[in-house]
Design a binder for this molecule. Structure first.
Ligand code: AMP
Length: 300
C-alpha cells in the first residue's frame, strides 16, 4: 500500500446552475481516491458507509482500482451532504449535513496498510483524522484537508492534528478563518507556524499556490470552459497531488510543484460533470494532454 486516504464517503444531494442530483456518490475520500487512482494502482480508502449506500457505488470505486479494505459498513445511514452553488459557483452553501454512521465511526487502518508512506487526511471530523494518523507507523508524507465547519467547531482537535502533519491544503476562506489573517501570504506564514512544512493554498479559478518557509510556487487553474459541478474539486486536487507523489516516491520542492500540476489537472476534469460522471470516462491520455498544455501555458 503506497497511499492511504481517510475522509468522508458520502451521498450528496446537489444543486448547481446546470441541474440537480439526489444522493449521488460523493465524499472527500471518494473524490480524492478516484483522482489518485489515475497515478497509482489500488489507493487505500478508510471510511464508513451505512446500509443505504448502493452496491453500484462500490462497484464504481472498485472499477477504478480503489482498495476498499478499510471501508466499514455500519448499521444506519451513510453521511449525507446537501449543498448548492449559484452564480460563478465559487462557494458551496451547505443546507444539511447528516453525519449518520460517521457520528460513531471509530476508524481502523488495516494492519497491512500501516506502513504506507503516503497518508491523506481528507476532510472529516479532526479527531477521526487524529486517530488514523496515530495508527500509521511512520508515513513519509502526510497531507491534511479540512473545512469551515471543523475550524469553527473542532478547533482544538484540528490544531492538534495540524501540528503533526507535513502539509495542509486549504482554500483562501479557510486559511483566513484558521489564522485570523486577511493577507493570504501572512495567513500562510501563520499556518506554517502551527507546525506543517508546507501549505497548499487553493484559490478556485485563480489557481493554487505552494508556500514553504523559503519557497513559493503558483499555478493557474486549468482554463476549462464547462464547469458543471465544483463539488470535489478540492478533493481531486489533493488526491491527484498525493497520487502523483506516491507514484514518484519523492517529496522535494520540485516534486511538490509537479504534484500540484497533477492536482490542478485532475480537478479541472472533476468539475466537468456531477459526482464521478467525468472521472468515470477520463483517460490517461487526456490527463497527459492537459499536463502538457498547462506546462506550455506557464512557461515564460
Ligand atoms: P470539496 O468540494 O472538494 O470541498 O468537497 C466536497 C465533498 O465534501 C462532498 O462530496 C461532501 O460529501 C463532502 N463534505 C461536505 N461536508 C462535509 C463535512 N462536514 N465533513 C466531511 N466531508 C464533507
Amino acid at each position: 500500500m503506497r497511499l492511504v486516504t481517510v475522509g468522508s464517503v458520502a451521498l450528496d444531494s446537489l444543486k448547481t446552475p446546470h441541474g440537480s442530483r439526489t444522493k449521488i456518490i460523493g465524499g472527500a475520500a471518494v473524490h480524492a481516491s478516484v483522482a489518485a487512482s489515475f497515478f497509482i494502482s489500488n489507493p487505500g480508502l478508510v471510511g464508513v458507509i451505512g446500509e443505504d449506500f448502493p452496491e453500484a457505488n462500490l462497484r464504481l470505486l472498485r472499477s477504478r482500482g480503489v482498495d476498499l479494505g478499510g471501508l466499514v459498513a455500519a448499521k444506519g445511514r451513510t453521511f449525507h451532504w446537501k449543498g448548492s452553488y449559484s452564480g460563478a459557483m465559487g462557494l458551496a452553501t451547505t443546507h444539511r449535513t447528516d453525519l449518520g454512521v460517521f457520528a460513531t465511526f471509530d476508524p481502523r487502518v488495516p494492519a497491512q496498510w500501516r506502513n504506507a508512506p503516503f497518508l491523506f487526511l481528507a476532510n472529516i471530523e479532526p479527531s477521526i483524522q487524529l486517530r488514523v494518523l496515530g495508527q500509521m507507523k511512520r508515513p513519509r508524507f502526510t497531507l491534511l484537508d479540512t473545512m469551515n465547519l471543523w475550524i469553527a467547531t473542532r478547533r482544538k482537535a484540528l490544531l492538534k492534528v495540524i501540528r503533526r502533519v507535513d502539509a495542509v491544503v486549504l482554500n483562501d476562506l479557510e486559511i483566513r478563518q484558521l489564522t485570523g489573517e486577511h493577507s493570504l501570504i501572512k495567513a500562510a506564514r501563520a499556518c506554517l507556524g502551527l507546525g506543517p512544512k508546507w501549505v497548499f493554498l487553493k484559490r478556485g479559478e485563480h489557481g493554487a499556490s505552494l508556500i514553504g518557509s523559503h519557497d513559493f510556487f503558483h499555478l493557474p487553474a486549468f482554463p476549462t470552459e464547462s464547469v458543471v459541478d465544483p463539488t470535489g474539486a478540492g478533493d481531486s486536487f489533493a488526491g491527484g497531488l498525493m497520487g502523483w507523489l506516491a507514484k514518484r516516491g519523492r517529496t522535494g520542492f520540485s516534486d511538490l510543484c509537479a504534484g500540484m500540476a497533477a492536482g490542478v489537472v485532475l480537478s479541472s476534469f472533476q468539475v466537468e460533470g456531477f459526482s464521478l460522471e467525468r472521472m468515470e470516462r477520463l483517460k490517461l491520455s487526456e490527463i497527459a494532454g492537459r499536463l502538457k498544455a498547462l506546462r506550455s501555458m506557464t512557461r515564460f
